[in-house]
Design a protein around this ligand. Sequence first.
Ligand SMILES: [Zn+2]
Length: 300
Amino acid sequence: MHLPTVTHDLPHADLHAHPHAVSRLRAARLARSTKPFLARGGNKGERCDGCRLLPSHCMCALRPALATQAGFCLVMADIEPIKPSNTGWLIADVVPDTFAFGWARTATDPALLALLADPQWQPYVVFPGEYAAPERVVSGLLTDDGPAPVSSVPPGALRGAPHATAWAPGASEGTTERRLVRPLFVLLDATWSEARKMFRKSPYLDRLPVLSLQPEQLSRYRLRRSTRDDHFCTAEVAALCLALAGEHHAAQTLEAYLDVFTRRYLLAKQQLPLLPADAVDVRLAVLAKTGAGATALAGA
Ligand SMILES: [Zn+2]
C-alpha cells in the first residue's frame, strides 16, 4: 500500500523540483518503512509534498526565501523526518544551506563528517553547556579577534584530532588573510532524551565547541514570544541561533514562518478552515517582502 499521491494542481511545482535536505531524508525514511506511516492525530488524508499540510491548509505560497550567512546541520533522530509536526523541515524550507542527516549510534554518514571538516564552516553543537566539559562551552560565536575559548582545549580533550583545526579560526595552513568563516549550527533534532543520547554517543561531536544558549536569552525569547512551554522546538532554537549570528531579519522571518505552520497545522487537525487575513500570515508576508534590506534595520 502506498500513501495517496497528490495529483491535483501543483501551483508550486518548482518547490518540489529540488527537494531540500529534510524532504530527501523524509523520502528515504518512508521508502525504508515497511508500512505506510500513519500521521499522529489520525489525519490519513493526502498531504502537500511541499509543506506536509493538508492541501486545504497548504502554506507553500507563503514560503519566504532567505539569504543567510549561517548554515544549519540537522542531525535527526530516526522518526523525526517523517513526523508531520517536525519543525526542522521549516528551517530547511527557508535557510538555503541546511543539511540533514539521520542519526544512528553505529554508523555515521561520511558526508556529515566531511561537512563538519569543511573549512568554510565553523560548526557549533547547540546544546546546554552543563552537559559538556566547561572548556568546550561558548555562549556566542567565535571570532578571529576575540578570545576563542575552545582553542585552549588541550589536544587530549579533542577526540578525533585530525579535524580539530577545522573549527579553530585562523589555524589552517597557509592562510595569510582573514577568512570569513560561516557559522554552522549543528542541531540535534530529537526528543530531549534522544538528543542527550545523541550528544553523548556521537564522537565526531566531541571536538566541536558547544554553543550553550544563555538563560537570559531564553527567558527574553519566551517573554517576547509569549511561549508558556518550557520546551523550544527545533525551529525556535534555529531562530535564536540566527539572532546570535546577527541575522535578525532571518530570525524573525523563520519565527513568523513557524507561527504560520503552527496555526495551519492546528486548524487542519481540528478540521477548521483557514482564517481570512490571519495576523500570522500578514506578519510573515511583510517580513518576506522586506527581505534582505531589512536585516541591517532589524539588527540596529
Ligand atoms: Zn504546501
